[in-house]
Design a protein around this ligand. Structure first.
Ligand code: MN
Ligand code: MN
Length: 296
């Protein structure tokens, strides 16, 4: 009888513990680490995810395809089945930009859980796809550590060379121009969608023996603010939002502006909630429009 009572108590304890863990994981900001402690506070102070956690990524390895990783320089949701991030989010103002040279130290991310396949530099060799940066090298040049962080393979996606070096680079350059010449600061989130791109060697669904999925499309959302403080509270119905969704292919239109879409359309496509830290009423006005501002 006493034995049974102990067993019963243990069952209750396990049940409550599981319930508590599950409760944590359903709150996108109450991210837990392996010690079951909050990895980031409910009101995170990591500026790179000020606007939210679009997919509700967590630090639980049970969500290996929506696994949250936080770095000083950017935050991301990793997808172990894809061998790339789902999305990567970062802040860009003139304080992130300095004179550090490109470190070019592509390498495995040793912060991935031990059970995850760690994509290496060689996994992209002779595939017909570039090691495309999510958070660009040139957006992180204040220190060597900042720049080096962008060469972790968790910040890299298989990108058609012309996409990477052409249309996508043009958009990245335009974003830095806003910051360096037009007094802006930006909140940027980008990611992958679908499967199957067209690289230098033709069409491919995956590389590295299937360990890395080639995305069909690469999207980006940019929130443009005048440089200032209390950024979240300054986002209103007139804030410029630039969103694009560009096929991962060698042959594309000349201007990234031709691929502008609404945030709402990306939310529908991906099942994410972008700008979730912004009030619902402001979200509904800024997420429905398609940007038609300058592109260079
Ligand atoms: Mn690039
Ligand atoms: Mn939203």
């Amino acid at each position: 009888m006493i034995k049974n009572l102990r067993y019963f108590t243990l069952l209750i304890f396990v049940g409550l513990t599981l319930f508590a863990c599950n409760d944590n994981e359903t709150d996108p900001f109450n991210v837990i680490n392996d010690n079951n402690e909050p990895a980031i506070p409910a009101e995170t102070d990591n500026v790179n995810m000020l606007l939210g956690n679009p997919s509700g990524a967590t630090k639980s390895t049970t969500t290996a395809d929506n696994f949250f990783m936080e770095k000083t320089q950017y935050v991301l949701s990793y997808n172990e089945s894809k061998g790339t991030a789902n999305w990567i989010s970062w802040h860009l103002n003139d304080e992130w930009i300095g004179s550090t040279s490109r470190q070019d130290d592509f390498r495995q991310d040793s912060n991935l859980p031990s059970g995850f396949y760690r994509v290496g530099d060689n996994d992209y060799s002779n595939t017909g796809f570039n090691r495309g940066h999510a958070c660009p090298s040139a957006d992180r040049t204040a220190t060597v550590a900042d720049n080096s962080s962008t060469f972790l393979m968790t910040n890299i996606i298989p990108q058609a060379p012309n996409h990477n070096q052409g249309i996508w680079a043009d958009m990245e350059n335009y974003c830095r121009k806003l910051v360096e010449s037009e007094g802006k600061e930006l909140y940027i989130v980008m990611g992958v969608e679908g499967q199957g791109g067209i690289g230098d060697n033709g069409a491919a669904d995956a590389i590295a023996g299937g360990k890395i999925i080639v995305p069909a499309n690469i999207w980006k959302i940019v929130v443009v603010l005048d440089k200032g403080s209390n950024d979240l509270s300054r986002i209103d119905a007139s804030t410029r939002i630039i969103a694009v969704n560009i096929p991962n292919q060698q042959t594309l239109n000349s201007s990234w502006g031709d691929y502008r879409v609404s945030v709402d359309s990306l939310e529908t496509l991906l099942g994410y909630d972008f700008l979730s830290e912004v009030s619902e009423s402001i979200q509904s006005s800024i997420e429905s429009g398609v940007d038609n501002g300058a592109t260079n």
